[in-house]
Design a protein around this ligand. Structure first.
Ligand code: V1S
Ligand code: CA
Ligand code: ZN
Length: 387
């Protein structure tokens, strides 16, 4: 899986909003929005900004957010941080400030509403650039918040920029594929389109005892009603490496493209599926992760690239920078250029790529059989769509 070469160039649009760099979930929280600023600084230091069109910053409006979220929840997000109205309801019913085991997944934080508007505005703007035919690939690394539900925050996600972007794309394209390589199951997006025959959602994720979001994303969860078999889930054990991952990813995605024939693709590129992540226990290298992006790019279908999870911030920034280069079609040098954040990369010898840590995430014993069995089950679900 060394590089997945594809000589052809693509027109790439890039969204970056400096307003999210200082958003702070709290000192013990794993989600660090600054990683997007770190990725941006790397992208800039490699000169990649010269190869892309930069999209204008535009926060989403309240009306745009209300397309996929309940009014009362949106009002609450706004009022909690703008402080123009006293809040009287029980905010825990909306997933906010709920304490479990002494920590809070979705804290009410300073600038929360502004943060929501900015990261979802990025995904909407990027989707519109694709819909208008202005770009072949559009990127928003601050987006990808796949767990947010219509009326509640979940898994570090306050609003769901992905369902907003997919909904926007549905006004211009007949079928949209949603692909999620974050280590967690893309439950919020799956739920939003479970009944739709115009959206197929595919999530690859770690599915082990006690792993968030716990009960979702089983291989036989295939959607319902008109959306039956247009939900696919590829659960994985700990320690999955590049080789095993791609033995599942490639045949499944190749078949998805044949059977569903999407006119646009939204890809959530959560970097917590990388080896050495603080939360995830898979063993992908940056090249293995980026190979998924290169593979989707090779189909020449309008492609929206979003961020998502990723908790070892130097790995995350290196990964998204490398994937920006893949989108542009440039090979970048191993050595990280001197820049503002370069000291973060000392542990990885100031290189973009770092070695996967074989030891920590032990490969599951029945790994080989598991890969074949799971792949075949997913392909069997897909075959139901062919008729
Ligand atoms: N795994 C995990 C994890 N870690 C935390 C956490 C740790 C420290 C804090 F200060 C705050 C939170 N929460 C979790 C998970 C949520 C994972 C979300 C992943 C998001 C994404 O990468 O897919 C997309 C951006 N939450 C839980 O496990 C739930 C609890 C059950 C236990 C932890 N407490 C904090 C909440 C309830
Ligand atoms: Ca996933
Ligand atoms: Zn995740």
């Amino acid at each position: 899986s060394a590089s997945c070469p594809d000589g052809q160039k693509r027109r790439v649009c890039y969204y970056y909003d400096s307003g999210i760099a200082n958003v702070d979930y709290g000192p013990r929280h794993n989600m660090v929005p600054r990683r997007v600023d770190m990725a941006h600084a790397l992208v800039r230091s490699y000169g990649l900004l010269d190869d892309m069109m930069r999209l204008r910053e535009r926060p989403a409006t309240e009306d745009e957010i209300c397309v996929v979220h309940d009014h009362d929840y949106v009002d609450l997000l706004r009022d909690l941080t703008l402080g123009n109205k006293p809040v009287t309801c029980d905010i825990k019913a909306y997933g906010l400030n709920k304490v479990v085991n002494g920590s809070i997944d979705n804290p009410v934080i300073s600038g929360m509403w502004d943060y929501c508007q900015r990261y979802s505005g990025g995904s909407l703007t990027a989707a519109r650039a694709l819909a208008a035919g202005e770009a072949d690939i559009a990127i928003n690394w601050s987006g990808g918040m796949h767990h947010a539900c219509s009326g509640e925050a979940n898994g570090f996600c306050y609003v769901n920029d992905i369902t907003m972007a997919v909904t926007e794309l549905l006004a211009h394209f007949r079928r949209v594929l949603y692909l999620d390589i974050d280590v967690h199951h893309g439950d919020g997006v799956e739920a939003a389109f479970a009944n739709s025959n115009r959206v197929m959602t595919v999530s690859f994720h770690q599915c082990t005892e006690g792993f968030f979001p716990f009960k979702n994303g089983l291989v036989d969860d295939v959607g319902e009603g008109a959306g039956m078999y247009r939900t696919l889930n590829v659960p994985m054990k700990e320690g999955m490496d590049d080789e095993g991952y791609h033995r599942m990813f490639r045949p499944i995605i190749a078949r998805v493209m044949e059977v569903f024939q999407p006119e646009a693709i939204v890809m959530q590129c959560g970097a917590d599926s990388l080896s050495g992540d603080k939360l995830g226990r898979l063993n992908l290298s940056i090249r293995g992760h980026a190979c998924c992006v290169a593979f989707m790019r090779s189909f020449n279908v309008p492609l929206l690239l979003l961020g998502g999870g990723g908790y070892t911030v130097n790995h995350v920034a290196a990964c998204w920078c490398y994937e920006t280069a893949v989108a542009v079609g440039k090979e970048i040098h191993e050595d990280i250029p001197p820049h503002w954040y370069d000291h973060y990369y000392q542990d990885q010898g100031y290189k973009i790529h770092y070695p996967v840590k074989q030891g920590r995430n032990k490969k599951d014993n029945d790994g080989e059989a598991y890969i074949t069995t799971t792949t075949n089950k997913v392909l069997e679900h897909l075959s139901k769509l062919e008729a």
